[in-house]
Design a protein around this ligand. Structure first.
Ligand code: HEC
Length: 131
């Protein structure tokens, strides 16, 4: 009798785990089988944006050529017309561009990994340096 009472908690524990783990496993299998790859990866998933998409969404308003773009205006005043537009500049490098995008620079705001992911950071830096 004593033995039964001593092992009762263990028995109950095993019974509870034994029962609960099976439906959970089944649920996981059915989730995997039923998951629709098209829905799981929406087209606007930030992970799949191209350099051009990132630039248009996050950089172009300030950095496009021409009047009305504050960064172009400021950089032109500071470094001259040939350095006013960042797209295609050959005097910048990947590490510098990525550092500025993450950290910001004076009037330029920093971009968080929730806005531009780490892999997108590489993509946008490559895009900026490409003529
Ligand atoms: C809200 C406006 C704004 C946005 C948006 C913005 N920038 Fe800037 N950026 C600036 C300004 C202003 C400067 C110039 C800062 C200074 O030196 O006075 C600058 C400077 C830079 C520089 C340094 C250029 C140099 O000659 O040293 C880089 C690189 C840069 N931006 C990249 C980007 C990229 C890439 C994006 C998009 C992910 C971006 N910026 C978005 C305003 C912006």
């Amino acid at each position: 009798m004593n033995r039964v009472i001593r092992f009762l908690p263990l028995t109950l524990l095993l019974a509870v785990y034994g029962c609960s783990s099976e439906p959970e496993d089944q649920a996981m299998v059915s989730r995997t089988v039923n998951s629709d790859p098209v829905r799981a990866e929406p087209v606007d998933d930030p992970a799949v944006r191209s350099g051009e998409q990132i630039y248009k969404r996050h950089c172009q308003a300030c950095h496009d050529p021409g009047a009305g773009h504050p960064a172009t205006l400021l950089l032109g005043q500071k470094y001259g017309a040939e350095k006013a537009v960042i797209k295609g500049r050959q005097d910048l490098n990947l590490v510098y561009v990525k550092t500025i995008v993450r950290g910001g620079l004076l009037e330029m705001p920093p971009f968080r990994p929730t806005e531009i992911t780490d892999s997108e950071l590489d993509i946008i830096a490559e895009f900026i340096l490409t003529p």
